[in-house]
Write a protein that binds this ligand. Structure first.
Ligand code: SF4
Length: 398
């Protein structure tokens, strides 16, 4: 059965192919797994300060956006110099979500190397360049946080029957993962190479069964089955006990002080409106610690010793980094709205700021948007607050 036609190309922005927003050019910088080194963050922050609106915008996939760009070339040069755009042809397809705490707190195994291997393999595959910028890969370290977001192609690390989990996995233990397509497990693979190959094969399969489709969710039932059969043909049986169980992605915010498994400290924070001021980003970079941006727009400063962590909280909290999980900003988010977006029916940022300042309690996850497109909506259940053409907002639970 043929799929409904999508436009020939999606308009997802990248570093080299910016989006002409109402407030200037917008570039999206992909951070596979949300990970960024301090030196990279510093270069990006400086570019945002010198050639854009002075902020880094946190996205719902753990990426960063630079908006209001006045010199597109200068920003692209800075991103390339930082090593954050290693391929001009594959820039927009490096969409990889990774369990944010992996390798530091919990999880069956450290999935960071797997995400890096997937990024390498993606960039080495010429055919992958034609993948939609909306196609999403996921690497879940077994805790279920990324699988619950239903990426298009997800590897969920399992404690397979042949793999001992007590004692915990070692670096030498081959990883075993279920391969999950659009939320449905189709088989398993053993070893990093096989897992990466299986994920790339899902993307290739999508091109085969529905050329032009952006995401698995665009497929009709028949095409989904064909894609699953195609992928399963080279996989072992599914390992997960309850393959169809996908817990709600809603979870406690990763905000505050957390003890890592190795005794170091991890600090989680949010910023107002999901906008990280370039100056604050430079201070975060100066901590010289690995940083992770999560798909829930949190900022994790990792591998800190206690003294450094205490200093970070003391210095950066007054600058706008929010370490309080009870803050409304840990539970609300929004799109840019007017005047930054020409489709917006309302100044969403201003309205959300007023809502928070009013002090009304935030009892559930809220996402405010300026129109029906619902940009940046959380993957989990939430209250959608959508501006209407008639004025005002419509509230709907999603
Ligand atoms: S949801 Fe609508 S108003 Fe908001 S950024 Fe997207 S297109 Fe613009």
């Amino acid at each position: 059965m043929n799929q409904p036609a999508r436009p020939a190309a999606d308009r997802c922005p990248g570093v080299f192919d910016t989006h002409p927003a109402a407030d200037g050019a917008l570039a999206r910088v992909r951070l596979p797994g949300g990970r960024i080194r301090p030196d990279q963050l510093e270069l990006l922050a400086r570019a945002a300060a010198e050639h854009a609106d002075g902020h880094l915008e946190l996205t719902v996939r753990g990426n960063l956006q630079v908006r209001g760009i006045t010199d597109v070339e200068a920003v692209a040069e800075a991103v390339v110099a930082a090593g954050l755009a290693p391929s001009s042809t594959h820039d927009k397809v490096r969409n990889i979500e990774l369990s944010p705490l992996t390798g530091r707190i919990g999880g069956i195994a450290d999935a960071r190397p797997l995400a890096a291997a997937l990024d390498d393999a993606l960039r080495a595959d010429p055919a992958a360049a034609s993948l939609s910028g909306r196609f999403l890969f996921g690497i879940d370290d077994g805790r279920g946080d990324i699988a619950a977001r239903r990426p298009d192609a997800c590897a969920v690390i399992r404690a397979g029957s042949s793999v001992a989990t007590d004692p915990p996995l070692t670096a030498d233990t081959p990883l075993v993962a279920d391969i999950v397509i659009g939320g449905v497990p189709v088989g398993s693979a053993t070893g990093s190479e096989a897992i990466v190959r299986a994920l790339i094969a899902v993307a290739a399969g999508l091109r085969e069964v529905a050329p032009g489709a952006w995401r698995v969710r665009d497929l009709d039932a028949d095409s989904r089955h064909r894609l699953a059969d195609l992928a399963a043909s080279s996989l072992d049986p599914v390992i997960g006990d309850d393959p169809d169980a996908a817990p709600d992605v809603t979870r406690e915010p990763l905000v505050g002080w957390f003890d890592q498994d190795d005794g170091a400290v991890l600090l989680g924070a949010v910023v107002e409106l999901g906008r990280l001021a370039a100056r604050l980003a430079e201070f975060i970079a100066a901590v010289q610690a690995p940083v992770v941006f999560t798909p829930d727009r949190e900022i994790l400063l990792c591998d800190l010793d206690e003294g450094v962590a205490e200093t970070v909280v003391r210095v950066l909290a007054p600058m706008g980094l929010i370490f309080d999980a009870a803050s409304p900003w840990a539970s609300v988010s929004c799109c840019v709205g007017a005047p930054g977006c020409s489709s917006a029916h309302a100044p969403v940022r201003d309205d959300l700021m007023a809502r928070v300042q009013d002090g009304d309690p935030v009892d559930e996850r809220e996402h405010w948007v300026g129109c029906a497109r619902g940009c940046g909506s959380p993957a989990g259940s939430h209250l959608s607050v959508q501006a209407t053409p008639e004025g005002g907002y419509e509230r709907r639970r999603r």
